[in-house]
Write a protein that binds this ligand. Structure first.
Ligand code: FES
Length: 605
């Protein structure tokens, strides 16, 4: 039987399948789990993929009916409906993958002009002799004069490395040099230079090893932020840090230990020595930034919540404990405000949201959701307290995205269908699952716009704490107890969505615009990338805009950090963003309270 190669990107798997096999089966054969709630019937539209090259069977009627015209134009297909007619290359968007196959380190990359802060300089120096008794430093300084590097500076640890390395390398070597003439590392000739980029999230860390000479990300790895043990969210972590100097120190060292482990793993996989890692960029929200840099966070816990500093800083890596090359520095991009940090700046850089023509709104959903509105002339931003509901906290059956978490819920042919992470029996709901449930209960008339259960609706049961919806009965759940969605759960989602949408509306009011004026709606971050957009629109968390105006971009903050590693222009842009940004404080905004109350209603608007 004829066979075709299916190249699945960006995961980079290839599989050969017999003619007639669907792309869904091909992905399954390659060990890639696409979300397929309807079991491949063409009813759920979860298995969207995009054809990059090659030929597929013609569009089915189901695809013509269910895919948006813009998606069809861009080559999107339903994997369960399309089969290869030749060798094909297919792109799988992150929202079509089950959570277990997604990394919070993924984001949309782009080639950036290479202009790193640290560059290689090959040197060959005359060895000392009885006729040439110059000391090592003078020998280097005079050797570099001919290379036009006349403002040489070298710290003692690098000088130690220099004396030893140059002798063992017959006075030939490669210096990693900062543009300001600072020697960062001494390496064997031709060894490439790397940088370390990190997005320090309150919950998760995303780390990247980047080749500074070609800009390619050589490795990426995620880990939990070890500070979680000292406080789940920013507020409790600040409270812990404020209990004393030693507590703040603990948070700093625990974080840096984990970053050093991530770096060691990335280096081992890429066969790179830590001496080759000559620069770093660390982004995070303002509290994470301050804790990493060893700054006080006391003022971030008290009104008016001002940061210790907003401007970009460069710190010696050794001062913060990062195990890079002996003279390496760490660049921390600017923060905007106490609750709008360098991670937001980095996201704006990577997505170009700050410089796009027209009206662009970009947000990153978390316990605090940072929102930026670019009108083409003005840049405005705010932070809203959206709470931890979308991380599964404060939800009765809530959990993080882990095996058995319900991550997608849809009504198919009149009944709710669930998709769980790794296809395990359901044990709870992660953020995207609880968002979907509320949207489906609303669409099915089980709850009203106030979030109140209709007593007589199918599936509504009464519990000690009032009405609830029985999502999974005990006999079908992974822990043999009912999975319920309570009135309080619905209310938590209402509070979160009202906070986010009110933030969006206040920025629009400040700019004299309406939601319909938004031409690009960029949703960044792990949760934002995997949430089901129609659910967010249905409950009014996002404005009711045409589908093609939304862009789910993954961990753009991490990608922005990688860009700032290889480009000084991007660093300058980060400072430009800080200068242009108008921060809007929501808590004192005269229209915030009323807007927030209005936005509590669960309805498309
Ligand atoms: S699996 Fe393809 S539409 Fe549901």
């Amino acid at each position: 039987m004829e066979k075709f190669n299916v190249d699945l990107q960006p995961v980079g798997r290839r599989v050969s399948v017999p003619a007639g096999e669907s792309l869904l089966s091909a992905a399954q054969a390659a060990g890639i789990a696409l979300i397929a709630i309807c079991g491949g019937e063409g009813l759920c539209q979860e298995c969207r993929v995009r054809l990059i090259s090659g030929k597929l069977t013609p569009l089915t009627l189901v695809e013509e009916d269910s895919l948006e015209p813009a998606d069809l134009k861009n080559g999107f297909r339903l994997a369960c409906q399309a089969s290869p007619l030749s060798d094909v290359k297919i792109e799988i968007p992150p929202e079509s993958l089950t959570a277990s196959q997604r990394l919070q380190v993924d984001g949309q990359e782009e080639a950036v002009e290479l202009d790193p802060q640290v560059i290689p300089v090959e040197v060959t120096l005359p060895p000392p002799s009885l006729a040439d008794l110059r000391d090592d430093l003078s020998r280097l300084r005079e050797g570099l004069v001919s290379l036009d590097h006349f403002t040489l500076s070298i710290g003692l640890p690098v000088l130690v490395q220099f004396s030893e390395r140059m002798r063992s390398q017959s006075w030939q070597g490669r210096l990693a040099m900062g543009r300001d003439g600072q020697v960062v590392s001494v390496l064997p000739s031709s060894l490439p230079l790397f940088g370390f980029a990190v997005d320090v999230g309150t919950t998760k860390l995303a780390a990247y090893l980047v080749n500074l000479e070609d800009g390619v990300i050589s490795g990426r790895q995620g880990a939990m932020n070890p500070q979680i043990g000292y406080g789940e969210d920013v507020v409790s972590r600040i409270a812990y840090a404020n209990q004393g100097e030693s507590h703040r120190h603990t948070l700093q060292t625990r974080l840096v230990e984990t970053l050093n482990n991530l770096l060691a793993d990335l280096c081992a996989v890429a066969r790179v020595t830590q001496g080759q890692v000559v620069d770093a960029v660390v982004v995070g929200n303002t509290a994470m930034h301050h804790l990493f840099a060893g700054l006080s966070v006391r003022q971030l816990g008290q009104a008016p919540y001002v940061p210790a500093l907003t401007e970009a800083v460069v710190l010696p890596a050794s001062q913060v404990g990062l195990a890079l090359a002996p003279g390496a520095n760490v660049y921390l991009p600017p923060n905007i405000a106490g609750y709008v940090g360098a991670d937001h700046v980095s996201m704006l850089l990577a997505t170009h949201a700050w410089e796009m023509p027209g009206v662009t709104l970009a947000l990153d959903i978390g316990t605090n959701t940072e929102i930026c509105l670019s009108t083409g002339e003005r840049l405005l931003c705010c932070s809203c307290a959206s709470g931890p509901a979308f991380e599964g906290a404060h939800i009765q059956a809530g959990m993080r995205a882990a095996p058995g978490a319900i991550e997608r819920v849809q009504t198919i042919q009149g009944s709710l269908q669930l998709s769980t992470i790794d296809g395990q029996p359901p044990v709870g709901l992660c953020g995207s699952g609880i968002l979907d449930v509320v949207a489906e209960l609303l669409a099915n008339g089980v709850i009203d716009v106030r979030g109140v259960f209709h007593k007589n609706a199918e599936g509504v049961v009464s519990t000690e704490r009032g009405g609830a919806y029985l999502l999974v009965p005990a006999q079908k759940s992974g822990h043999h107890t009912d999975i319920l969605v309570t009135r309080k759960d619905v209310n938590e989602i209402q509070l979160a969505k009202a906070a986010i949408r009110a933030g969006v509306e206040i920025l629009l009011i400040e700019a004299g615009l309406k939601a319909q004026d938004i031409e690009h709606f960029i949703v960044a971050g792990a949760f934002g990338t995997y949430l089901y957009l129609p659910s967010a629109v249905r409950i009014g968390m996002f404005p009711d805009l045409p589908h093609e105006r939304f862009h789910q971009v993954g961990n753009a903050a991490g990608i922005g950090a990688c860009q700032m590693l290889v480009s000084r222009t991007r660093r300058a842009m980060a400072t430009e963003i800080l200068k242009r940004m108008e921060y809007i404080e929501l808590t004192t905004h005269p229209q915030f309270s009323d807007t927030f109350v209005d936005m509590m209603a669960l309805k498309r608007n």
